[in-house]
Design a protein around this ligand. Structure first.
Ligand SMILES: Cc1ncc(COP(=O)(O)O)c(C=O)c1O
Length: 398
């Protein structure tokens, strides 16, 4: 790839038409939001092509021509372990890996595997929408430990976590690390605090680390399992190449369970649901991404970072009543619209119909997201420039 991202011919600047390509982000807006023409800044996928080595690996599968049932090779498993070691300094033994057709299915299966009906599942809103359904999907009880927000930063409320963890029914804590939508990369101290509470009260920690490779400052993220031996043996870590390399449509993810006992319990649920079989393209793409995709990731993260700075600066200069929470990871900006004092639903409809912008509604992340919108900036900058002008015009005409 041409590494000069300021060059307008750089591939990341290229606006690729995704209409009528089966894209939920672009083609789904009509059925989901009832609009024909709007700029989609919602669901978390990127408007960038996947790394060339990944596309090559997928083409090789197509060219072979047989798309039968697939099985992971040793080389595939080793590519995951090698990536975790190189990127995060994390020693993952290939036998700890279990493959699932996505992280959300893995989270749901973890609830079935590690808890009983009526048990408490703790989450920390505002947080990724499907976390909110993990209890009701399985007859468990959802317990909230809301993040603390000081108008600029979010942090965990460890004192309240300790309170809710004490309940005899409290069994599972689902961490989002890094945290979608607020973009926090939890510090080692914070994770240490979580671990101490989890160990004291016998909680299993499910750490969803799907955004772990999208951290702007390298070395900032610590896999929860690295915090201590106890953390490693009482947790399940959810990882995938899907967000990192923009291959979410292949539905392939890897969860890491170091404890034999927990891994066997999890695999039983996977087998019960007949989900042990893997996507043949997902195996090929994941291995190519982990082995050869890092230069693409470096370029893409730099590009995303510049986009984020552009949007944050534009808003600060032109729309100072909005506040942007600057993420340490993810390509998602969490924007506080509360100063506009518009009821949330009205605000969403205004942004959709008057500005022509599709954001993820803050309330998709729980009631603590009221007055906020999540904005995906993983797209060519020209699209963001258009979006910002539309936002400014609509707000000025209000
Ligand atoms: C925290 C988090 N977990 C899981 C997912 C989706 O995972 P999957 O598509 O593998 O089910 C997302 C997607 O945005 C996410 O942000």
């Amino acid at each position: 790839m041409d590494t000069n991202k300021n060059n307008k011919d750089h591939p990341l600047h290229r606006l690729i038409n995704r209409k009528e390509t089966r894209s939920v982000k672009w083609d789904g807006i009509q059925s989901l939001f009832g609009v024909e023409e709007a700029i989609p800044l919602w669901v978390a996928d990127m408007d960038f092509t996947a790394p060339e080595p990944v596309l090559r690996a997928v083409r090789e599968v197509v060219d072979h021509g047989i798309l039968g049932y697939a099985t992971p090779s040793n080389s595939f498993q080793q590519s995951i372990a090698d990536w975790m070691q190189k990127r995060h300094g994390w020693n993952v033994s290939p036998e700890w890996l279990v493959y699932t057709p996505g992280i959300v299915p893995a989270l749901n299966m973890a609830v079935e595997a590690f808890t009983e009906p009526g048990d408490h599942i703790i989450i920390q809103p505002p947080v990724y929408g499907p976390f909110h359904k993990l209890a009701s999907n399985h007859g468990r009880e959802l317990v909230l430990n809301p993040l603390l927000y000081d108008q600029l930063h979010y942090k965990m409320d460890l004192a309240h976590l300790e309170q809710v963890a004490q309940h005899e029914k409290a069994k599972l804590l689902v961490l989002c690390s890094p945290h979608n939508p607020v973009g926090r990369v939890w510090s080692q101290e914070e994770l240490q605090g979580v671990m101490e509470i989890a160990v004291k009260h016998n909680l299993i920690v499910i750490s969803d680390e799907i955004h772990a490779d999208l951290v702007f400052k390298s070395g900032l993220h610590t896999p929860y399992a690295m915090i201590s031996e106890e953390a490693k043996m009482h947790s399940m870590i959810c990882t995938a190449a899907s967000k990192t390399f923009n291959i979410a449509g292949l539905h392939t993810s890897n969860v890491v369970i170091a404890s034999d006992e927990l891994r066997q319990k999890f695999k039983k649920v996977l087998d019960k649901n007949a989900l042990s079989s893997m996507n043949i393209f997902g195996i090929a793409a994941t291995e190519a991404a982990y082995r050869e995709g890092e230069p693409w990731l470096t370029d893409t993260l730099e590009y995303i970072y510049d986009n984020m700075v552009y949007v944050a600066d534009y808003i600060q200069t032109n729309l100072p009543e909005l506040k942007v929470v600057i993420p340490e990871s993810t390509y998602l900006l969490w924007i506080d619209f509360r100063e506009l004092q518009m009821p949330h639903k009205e605000l969403y409809q205004f942004l959709l119909h008057k500005a022509g912008l599709v954001f993820s509604s803050g309330t998709d992340f729980g009631e603590h997201g009221e007055g906020f919108m999540r904005m995906n900036v993983a797209c060519p900058k020209s699209l963001l420039e258009e979006a910002m002008h539309k936002l400014k015009e609509a707000l000025q005409a209000r």
